[in-house]
Each structure stands twice: as C-alpha cells, then as structure tokens.
Design a protein around this ligand. Structure first.
Ligand SMILES: Nc1ncnc2c1ncn2[C@@H]1O[C@H](COP(=O)(O)OP(=O)(O)OP(=O)(O)O)[C@@H](O)[C@H]1O
Length: 407
C-alpha cells in the first residue's frame, strides 16, 4: 500500500479491539480454552489414577520392552484423548531421557478416510524427514502402508506407542489387530503398543475374537465428570482470560450446563470460550453469566455436529425427522420406529433424495443411540399390540434442527 493513502496514519476502528500483543480485551491466552489444547499436568483434574494405570500398561516401551495395548471407553468429553495424549507425551520424554527411541503417533479415525488414511497419518508422524521411506496420500495398498511402517519402525525405533482415537469409526478392526499383534506375528521386531479409544462401550461386540484377546485384560472405562470436577477443570484455565474480565458466576454456570445429561468437559469448555468471544465481539468489558445463555444454542449445535460428523447423511435426515416429530408433539417425547421412518421419508422428499430401506433406517437409529444422540426402549404392548421399539431425542429438538440447517 502506498504510504500516502491515508490508511496507515490513523488506527482502523475495525481492528480496535486487537492489542499490539495480538490479544484482546477479554482473552489473555485464548488457546487455553480451545478443545485441541493439551493442558499441562497441573491443569488435569481428577484423572491421576487413570494416568497411572495407563502409564503402567504402556510403560515398558520407555525402555524398549513390549508395552501392553489398552482400550479406553467413556462418554464424550470425559478426558479419554487428553489422558492418552498426556501419558504418551510423557513416555516419549522419558524414553529419550533413557536413551531410547520411542515412536509415537496419534490418529483420529473419525477424521481419517479409512484404514489406509489412518496408517498414512501414523507413518508420516514417525518418519524422519531424511528417510527414504515415504507415506504418500494415495497410490499404495493398505498392505504396503504396513510394510513401510514396519521398515521405519525397525530402522529407527526401539518401541512404539500409537493412539487410535474414535476407533469405532473404522469399518473393521484390522488395524487394531495387526498393530497390536505385529511383533508377535514376526512382521516387525520393534514392540508396539496401541491405545484405542471409543465412546461406544458396545464396540467390544464388533471386535474380532483375536483383537479382543489382545485388549481383553486392559480395558478402562472413564466416568463422566460431575459439576464439581467440571468447575475445577474450568477454574484451572481462568488465566485464558485477562485479570478481572471473568465474572464470578460464569464458571459454576458453565460447569452446571456441561454437567447436564452427562459431565462433558468439551461442552463446558466450548461454552466458556464462546461466552468470551461473545463478550469480546459485543464490546463488553467482562464475561457474564448471561453471555453463556446467549451462546448456549450455538455451542450445543456445534457439539452435536461433532458427535454426528462422520455418520452417513441419512442419519441426519433421520435425526431431523425425529426433531420435527418432537416439535410437533410437545407433550410427547417417545416415538415408534414406524413413525420415525415416516418422518424420515418426509425429510428425504423435502431434500429431494432417495430414501433408504426401513431396515437400514433401523440400523441408523441404533447408531444414533450408541452415540447417545437418541435413546430407545422396548415396549411390550398388551394383547394384540405386540412389542415395539420407541425412540427419544436426547438433545433439544431446536438444537438438532439448527445443526441440520447449518450443515
Ligand atoms: N480431567 C481433565 N482436566 C482438565 N481438562 C480436561 C479434563 N478432561 C477433559 N478436559 C478437557 O476437555 C476437553 C475434552 O476432553 P477430551 O477430548 O479428552 O475428551 P474425550 O473423552 O476424548 O471426548 P471425545 O470422546 O468427544 O473425543 C479437552 O479440551 C480437554 O483438555
């Protein structure tokens, strides 16, 4: 820009709230309340026992000995990914201190496009820049990804620990089985431990017997947090905000909202961040409880979108059909499968898409219940009625429609 265009002399009011440090008048360190931020040990609340247990399972890897593989189950936002990443980060540090090379990798299977993509991500993370082995995004078979992974591990490392998050999103458990049994089967001499994470306690049923036997004795279930724990989790991040900008009632209220249905730290954290953004964008000097209420609907819609992302688009049509039924029948919450299928078909007609078979819709409903977006119960009707299934939305119908309209 030329210097004399007049724009570089006066501050532009458009960027008035941006301080020279890059901060703003509400946040000091906004990254502390972002979901992907990995907090330091002193900010992790109430998971000491789980951290110790998982460290106990994968621990031998720090000295190059075979680690155990571990399965972690728990509801969304219960700290599963955090604990896994924290333990792995510390194990890598300890291995280095002991003079051992520990390969560590993380893949979120809900974002990966299948087995090959997951392997590609892990391979890329552990391959040194000067290695002759590469992990291209496409063009090689799943088998070849494995072969390359074995080559890198054998050439460069004494042991490996991989985190596979949201493992239930992969079509099958081949990766879980092959990685956890690789050393035993002679494919690679570097011992490998896997920490697999799932929201679905029923995932066990989808596992093959061989995979089950690798993980059978090392399963951990994380309980949801209560409001007191959520309050402590949020209180440990208050330095994300500038001194004096967070009013007293905000953290307890965000924690109470996060604890509704089940204690979800992800939901509570997102509410706090959105309230801060709202205060900043609306010229408020402090973050107040009422700001939480302003952002609640969009924070919940975002959260729900996280949960259903990766599901087929027809799951959203089913959900939207159920939301429409719920809104039309305020006094009722439970609806029979056949009513939901009719509502789903109406959504499909409106969207101009072909409908799936009734059996497939039943499967989609099952998946939604696994994710706790809906719940179901069996009704053993009286004589002549037979038994039937009913379903209920576990989320506010308005939130579901809002998510649908924005996706
Ligand atoms: N015990 C805790 N102490 C401090 N922060 C926590 C704790 N548990 C969770 N958090 C924070 O809450 C957010 C969600 O946690 P995390 O991603 O570990 O949950 P999750 O159980 O893996 O959920 P999902 O199944 O949805 O992936 C993260 O930002 C994390 O830092």
């Amino acid at each position: 820009m030329p210097a004399d265009d007049g724009f570089d002399r006066e501050p532009d009011p458009l960027f008035e709230s941006v301080e020279p440090s890059g901060g703003d008048r509400i946040f000091e360190r906004r990254e502390l309340v972002t979901i992907d931020h990995l907090p330091t040990e002193d900010r992790i609340v109430g998971r000491d026992e789980q951290i110790r247990m998982i460290a106990g399972e994968i621990g031998p890897a720090v000295s190059g000995a075979p680690p155990n593989s571990v399965m972690i189950y728990g509801k969304t936002g219960s700290g599963k990914s955090l604990v896994a990443k924290h333990v792995v980060q510390r194990s890598e540090r300890e291995a280095t201190r002991r003079g051992n090379a520990l390969a560590t990798g993380y893949a979120n299977c809900s974002q990966a496009k299948g087995n090959s993509d997951t392997l590609q991500q892990l391979g890329e993370q552990i391959t040194p820049a000067d290695s002759s082995v590469t992990f291209p995004e496409r063009g090689i078979s799943e088998n070849e990804y494995f072969n390359r992974l074995w080559t890198v591990l054998d050439e460069q490392y004494d042991a490996a620990v991989f985190i596979l998050d949201e493992i239930d999103r992969l079509k099958n458990d081949d990766i879980l089985m092959i990685l956890s049994r690789a050393a035993e089967s002679g494919s690679v001499s570097t011992p490998i431990g896997v920490i697999a994470i799932s929201n679905k306690i029923n995932y066990r049923e989808q596992m093959s017997e061989r995979t089950k036997s690798s993980f059978g004795h090392t399963e951990y279930v994380f309980d949801p947090y209560d409001a007191t724990q959520l309050r402590e989790i949020l209180a440990n991040r208050t330095d994300a905000f500038k001194n004096g900008t967070l009013e007293d009632g905000v953290i307890p209220r965000a924690a109470a909202l996060g604890a509704k249905e089940h204690g979800d730290a992800r939901k509570a954290m997102r509410l706090l961040r959105y309230a801060g953004d709202y205060a900043k964008n609306n010229g408020a000097d402090t973050v107040r409880e009422e700001h939480l209420l302003e952002v609640r609907a969009s924070a919940e819609a975002e959260r729900l979108r996280d949960l259903v992302s990766g599901l087929p688009s027809h799951s959203r049509h089913v959900l939207n059909g159920l939301a429409a039924l719920t809104k039309q029948n305020e006094e009722r919450q439970w609806f029979r499968t056949t009513q939901i299928i009719d509502a789903y078909e109406r959504v499909c007609r409106k969207e101009g898409v072909d409908t799936l078979t009734k059996d497939r819709v039943r499967q989609l409903l099952k998946e939604l219940a696994f994710l706790e977006v809906t719940e179901n119960r069996s009704n053993h009707g009286g004589k002549g009625t037979g038994s039937y299934k009913e379903h209920r939305l576990m989320w506010d119908a308005e939130t579901v429609s809002r998510m649908h309209s924005r996706s």
